[in-house]
Design a protein around this ligand. Structure first.
Ligand code: EPU
Length: 327
């Protein structure tokens, strides 16, 4: 237990109506599994968020920031400390300033906004650049932190700047060109990270540069992307999108898992989708242990057959439950 009774009192004082204690994370992740967070808080504005972050740093209280919980697997024993959910108070999307040369538009989005909402905002206004993200679930903050993308592009291609909140409570705007984006990875500059003992600099949002194009053509392209995604991916079942990163070398994780014969394989309530082998779906009653068991088997067999170690794209957090004692 990381949360003392003092910490509880403090939380109830600074965020009286938006702190939930022992909150099941299964309610806050798209995989619909996961034990309780000691406390889940939903700050409504930057004042509340700053008090939370600086107070947690002073108290040594661990904090995990979540957006839409769509790339997150929480173990069944839950999460020690505080989960900060930005999806309630931080989801504004809008223009920033007038269009620049050639009509280029700067669009700002806060971290808790859905990536899909950002795509809709841009596409409905005939602004191109972010439509690659139509295939990806999740929040803007998560997408920036992971440099989310597909073969058609990634966040690094459209971001002009990223805004962060340091644990000391400073808001900083970082030019994208000063950041190092990797495959599903963003490394913050050393001066931002060193200010920050727990390495938990929080992404508040980003600003994107988008190109004006023929709006009708863009809408047609977007419709095709959405249709292709519906045909290829099990969107009606709870999942975390693509579970593994595509390994270097050409063959996608989905192709490798499929070739290893896993489509339809299951442990408990967790199954490998028959539609797309890189989607682990919850058939209703899955636990995190079921999912972890299944991904362990996949990694083992893919490694034995193809000599490739699949790395999860999904972030895995929390404590496992102790196995029940055998009598
Ligand atoms: N494939 C198979 N068997 C399968 C699944 C796929 O053979 O069971 C083959 C497909 O036929 C295709 C190749 O694998 O030739 C790649 O598959 P796909 O086009 O579905 O792309 P992906 O690399 O698996 C990526 C993103 C998705 C995004 C799609 C949109 C990654 C790890 N995933 O999937 O992102 O929706 O492209 O095209 O880059 C996510 O990140 O959560 C996510 C859903």
């Amino acid at each position: 237990m990381a949360l003392s009774s003092e910490d509880r009192k403090w939380l109830q004082e600074i965020i009286p109506d938006a702190s939930w204690f022992d909150e099941p994370m299964a309610r806050h992740t798209t995989l619909r599994v996961g034990g309780p967070a000691e406390v889940l808080v939903r700050p409504r504005d930057i004042g509340q968020l700053r008090s939370l972050v600086t107070g947690a740093e002073q108290r040594g209280l661990p904090g995990l920031v979540v957006g839409r919980g769509s790339n997150l697997l929480v173990r069944d024993g839950g999460i020690e400390g505080m989960v900060i959910d930005l999806s309630a108070g931080f989801r504004t999307i809008g223009f920033q300033g007038p269009p620049g040369p050639g009509g280029v538009c700067r669009v700002a989005a806060l971290a808790g906004a859905r990536l899909a909402a950002l795509c809709r905002f841009a596409i409905s206004r005939g602004l191109a650049g972010i439509e690659f993200a139509l295939g990806i679930p999740g929040s803007v903050g998560g997408a920036i932190a992971m440099n989310a993308g597909t073969a058609a592009g990634s966040m690094a291609d459209v971001l002009e700047a990223v805004t962060v909140l340091t644990p000391a409570g400073r808001i900083r705007r970082l030019a994208a060109r000063s950041l190092v984006f990797g495959y599903r990875k963003l490394s913050l500059p050393p001066d931002v990270v060193s200010e920050n003992r727990s390495e938990q600099t929080l992404i508040l949002g980003g600003s994107l540069l988008l190109q004006p194009v023929d709006a009708r053509e863009l809408k047609v392209r977007a419709r095709h992307l959405v249709q292709a995604r519906r045909a290829a991916q099990p969107l009606k079942q709870p999942s975390a999108g693509s579970f593994f990163k595509n390994p270097p070398g050409g063959q996608s994780a989905g192709q490798l898992i499929d070739a290893a014969g896993f489509k339809g394989a299951c442990i408990g309530g967790a199954a490998v989708s028959r539609q797309h082998a890189n989607f682990i779906v919850n058939r209703g009653q899955a636990t995190a242990a079921d999912i972890l068991g299944l991904i362990g088997r996949i990694q083992q067999r893919v490694s034995a057959r193809f000599g490739i170690r699949l790395e999860p794209e999904v972030v895995i957090v929390g404590r496992g439950l102790r196995a029940p004692k055998k009598s």
